[in-house]
Design a protein around this ligand. Sequence first.
Ligand code: SF4
Length: 382
Amino acid sequence: MSEFDPQRGFGVYVHWPYCARICPYCDFNVYAAKARDTAPLFDAILRDLEGWRARTGEREVTSIFLGGGTPSLMTGEQVSQLIAHIGSLWRVAPEAEITLEANPDDHARFGAFAEAGVNRLSLGVQSLDDERLKFLGRTHSAGQALEALEAARGKFRSVSIDMIYAVPGQSLEDWRGELSRALALGADHLSLYELSIEPGAAFFQAVKRKSWSPASDDEAAELFDVTQAMTEAAGLPAYEISNHARGAEHRSVHNGIYWKCGDWVGVGPGAHGRLTIGAKRWAVEAAEKPGAYLHHLKSNGIGWGVVDELDAVGQARERVAMGLRVVEGFAVSDVEALRLKLNAENVTMLVALGFLVVRDGRVVLTPEGRLRADRIAAEIAP
Ligand code: SF4
C-alpha cells in the first residue's frame, strides 16, 4: 500500500449539476436549471468541502476544477466565494490551475470568473457548424461560440475548447474543414471527442429506434487518424487520447491528477473522488441526486454516498488504465510496487501487433493502440 504522494497532485473537483438544457448525447449527472433556487446546493457544497478538509488534513491544492453540468451558470460572486472557501480550508499553491467549464452562452460572466481567480477556461464549443450544433441540441450557434472565444481572449492563462466529431452525416472532409477552423482559433488546448452513444442519453433511444446510425468503427478510426495528423501538424499533438495542448504548460493539470492517480476531493451531486488517507486509498462517490446530496449533508455533514476501499491490486489496475491514456504511459515498477504482475504473454503479443511499446521501464500505447486503450488495459492487467 502506498501513502499519499504529493508529487501526483491534490485536486478539488466541484460538480455543478445544472444545465440550461440537457443535450441529447449527454449521460452526465445533470438536471435542467429552470428557475430553481441554487442557494441550498451551493451552501451544501461549501459544507461538504469543510467535511473533506477535516478528513484530509492540511494539503497543498494543485488544481481546482469547477465542472458539471454547467458551472458557468453560477454567478461570479458564487465562483469567487467557492474559490475563496477552498483557499480558507487548504493551502492553494500560488501557481494552481483553476478551471471552469463554460458554455458560450455565458460569456458575459467571463470577466467576473477571471476576477474570481479562474485561470483556465474550458469552453464547450462542440461544433463550428450551425446544423450540427442544432443536431447536438446545443443552445448556441457557431457565431456565438466565436464571440465567446473572443470574450475569453486575454482573460485566462489557458483556454481550451471541446469539439465533438463522428456526428451522423459528417464526412471526413467536413471534419477536416471544421477542425482546421478550430485549430486556427488559437486555443491553447483542444479536447476532441468522438460522439459516443451512452445508454443514459436521449441519443441512445434515437439509435434504438433507428432514427439514425452512429459512425461505424472504421469511420471513427479514420476520423481519429485525421485528427491526430492535423493536430500534430498544427503544433497541438495529443498528450492523451482525446486531449491536445500547445506545449506542456497548457496540458490540463487537473486531468493530470486523474491520469497519475493522485488524490482529489469531489464535491457536489454524484462527484467522484480518490483519497489516500494513512495507508488506505478510497474511491468515493457523492450522493447522486441533488436532494439526496442535501440530505446527506444535513444528516452527516458530508456528501458521500458510496465509499470503497481500493486494495493494492485495484490501485495498480487504475494506474495501468489511467497511465495508458497519456503519451508517457506508466512505469512497470510503479504497478509492481503494488503487487501487480503484468500479463507478460499479452504484453509481448500487443507489442508484436504494434499496439504497445515498452521502453525505459515504461509501457506506452502506440497511436494504433490508443483507440483500444481500455481493452489493452484489461488484457495486460487482468
Ligand atoms: S453536454 Fe454539457 S451542457 Fe450539455 S447536458 Fe451535458 S453537461 Fe450539460
